[in-house]
Design a protein around this ligand. Structure first.
Ligand code: NI
Length: 167
C-alpha cells in the first residue's frame, strides 16, 4: 500500500470531471486500498479519486472513529434525497478552511462496491453530507465553491499567504 499525494486547492486538476469506471480490476482495488490508507493517514473521513489526480468515479469514506467502517463507492448516483442540512465542512484538499454548505439531510445512493457488485445505501447526517461532498469532487467541484465570490476570494488569499510563508 502507499500514501498518495493529495492535490491542494486551487490546483486546476481538482476541476476535472471524473469518468465512470467501466471495469473493476485489480488495479482499481489497489487504488482503493491506497486511497483508504491515504485518507486514514491524513486523517480524513472521505477521499475522492479526483483528489489524488485519478479521474475515475471512485470514493472512499469512513466516518467511524475506529477506522473500521470503510465505504467504497464506485460510480455512485444519488437516487433519492430528502430534507436539508448545513454542516461545517472541511476538505483534505483545502486544509485549515472550514465552513457551511447546504446539503440534503439524507440520500439514497446506488453504486458498485470494491468487488464491482451493485448496492444501494441510505445515509443521513454526517455520512450523507460526506457522500455529497465527495460526489462533488467527481464533478470537479470543491466545497468552498458554494460560497460567495467575496468569501471565496478571502479563502484564496489565505491559501496564498500560507503558501508564501511555507516557502
Ligand atoms: Ni473534499
Amino acid at each position: 500500500m502507499a500514501i498518495l499525494k493529495i492535490l491542494q486547492y486551487p490546483d486546476e486538476r481538482l476541476h476535472t470531471v471524473a469518468a465512470p469506471v467501466t471495469e473493476v480490476t485489480g488495479k482499481t482495488r489497489t487504488l482503493i486500498q491506497n486511497m483508504a490508507e491515504t485518507m486514514y493517514a491524513a486523517p480524513g473521513i472521505g477521499l475522492a479519486a479526483t483528489q489524488v489526480d485519478v479521474h475515475e468515479r471512485i470514493i472512499v469514506i469512513d466516518i467511524s472513529e475506529t477506522h473500521d467502517q470503510l465505504h467504497t463507492l464506485i460510480n455512485p448516483e444519488i437516487i433519492a434525497h430528502h430534507g436539508a442540512l448545513e454542516y461545517e465542512e472541511g476538505c483534505l484538499s483545502v486544509p485549515g478552511i472550514y465552513g457551511k454548505v447546504k446539503r440534503a439531510e439524507s440520500v439514497t445512493i446506488s453504486a458498485l462496491n470494491a468487488e464491482g457488485k451493485p448496492f444501494t445505501l441510505e445515509a443521513s447526517g454526517l455520512l450523507a453530507i460526506c457522500i455529497q461532498h465527495e460526489m462533488d469532487h467527481l464533478e470537479g467541484k470543491v466545497f468552498v465553491e458554494y460560497w460567495s465570490a467575496f468569501k471565496l476570494s478571502r479563502v484564496l488569499a489565505k491559501i496564498k499567504k500560507r503558501q508564501r510563508s511555507a516557502m
